[in-house]
Design a protein around this ligand. Structure first.
Ligand SMILES: Nc1ncnc2c1ncn2[C@@H]1O[C@H](COP(=O)(O)OP(=O)(O)O)[C@@H](O)[C@H]1O
Ligand SMILES: [Mg+2]
Length: 142
């Protein structure tokens, strides 16, 4: 089931997710360009207590931030990923193995089996009815 959300609602929901995420965690964010993945990551990071400005890692592929309670946030954007081998070269599996790290991944489809067991899978899509509404779907691991 997906929920229609304004930017303000998306922001509030992202902050709530950030406040309740366990650590370690892997969160995947799927959706087209402009669907709101980075916007939602920014809200989740606020909820996690990241003080630094969170920007899109489209070119760097990975940005790291310090969060509250000695946690680390790793924000990946695999849009420009060429191969799964490149993910390994980034040290991605070490991020996943770290007990104090929350990993947030845009374009998880590009990382194949490395991200197939997320704590939370988020899917975003544009809404036909309004340019400022997005559909958000949350699937928590059980
Ligand atoms: N309801 C909404 N939820 C999220 N983003 C929205 C919403 N309405 C408008 N937007 C805008 O859509 C854009 C989404 O861009 P971005 O988060 O970079 O997308 P992506 O990372 O998926 O490519 C932002 O400019 C954001 O302000
Ligand atoms: Mg993005």
């Amino acid at each position: 089931m997906s929920t229609a959300m304004t930017l303000q609602q998306m922001s509030a929901r992202g902050e709530a997710i950030g406040r309740t995420l366990p650590v370690p965690a892997l969160v995947t964010l799927s959706g087209d360009l402009g669907a709101g993945k980075t916007t939602l990551v920014q809200a989740i990071c606020r909820g996690l207590g990241v003080a630094a400005p969170v920007t899109s890692p489209t070119f760097a592929l990975v940005h790291e931030y310090e969060a509250a309670s000695a946690r680390r946030v790793v924000h990946c954007d695999f849009y420009r990923l060429e191969s799964e081998r490149e993910v390994a070269a980034l040290g991605f599996e070490d991020f996943l193995a770290d007990p104090m790290t929350v990993v947030l991944v845009e374009w998880p489809e590009r990382a194949g089996s490395l991200v197939n067991q997320p704590t939370l899978a988020l899917s975003l899509s544009h809404d036909m009815a309004s340019a400022d509404v997005r559909q958000l779907r949350e699937e928590w691991a059980r």
